[in-house]
Design a protein around this ligand. Sequence first.
Ligand code: PXP
Length: 243
Amino acid sequence: MRLSINIDHIATLRNARGGTEPDPITAAHIVERASADGIVCHLREDRRHIRDDDVKRLREEISVKLDLEMAATPEIVALALKIKPDLVTLVPEKRKELTTEGGLNVVRLQASLKKVVDRFHDRGIPVSLFVDPKREQLDASRVIGAEMIEIHTGEYAEARSASSRKNRLNQIQQIAMYGKTIGLGVNAGHGLDYENIAPIAATREIEEVSIGHAIIVRAVFVGLEKAVREMVEMVRRGQADER
Ligand code: PXP
């Protein structure tokens, strides 16, 4: 199974101070060095984290797969056609949500999504659709010509009881199998972390997972002690030099 890393949170942190650090492209290079298979970023309409220039620089500077997550709105579609990522993943987007809240309703949006999928195909860009684990959404995805779906794993990740988690996992595994049988590539993502990844990673039909939040959270805690120690050292050395 391949692993792609979502680096949106690095841009969130950068934007909090209005400067240039931390640079999401530097983060992407670290992700590459750490042998991940791809970079994912979500160019939202409100540009709350990743910005147009970040996507352009990622396209120019990284050599692993670039997956651009995006809503199928005219402005973002036009940009994506210009930048030409290796894959676009279409997601629903609400202005007020903290993160993507659910899968695309491909059944309902079939006609309009088909036009968008066709435009990407004309430019040689494959398309993945982020959907809830429901057969009818996969059928509709196949009908409009998407190469892949990304199964929304949020409900599995957030399940409170062991039995509910098991049911959600079962549903994801059935849907992944179904996706394969109807000729779709199958990715998965949302809310995956160090505790819940194992059974997903063991699901053969899932080709790739996309993970962001849990990895950035872990990076903070894995790196915080080192960062503090380095600064303690500098501050104390400064005091010693003064004497
Ligand atoms: N896949 C999609 C379609 C998403 O919208 C997100 C969140 O940006 C992810 C995967 C990654 O989710 P998380 O940050 O919870 O790992």
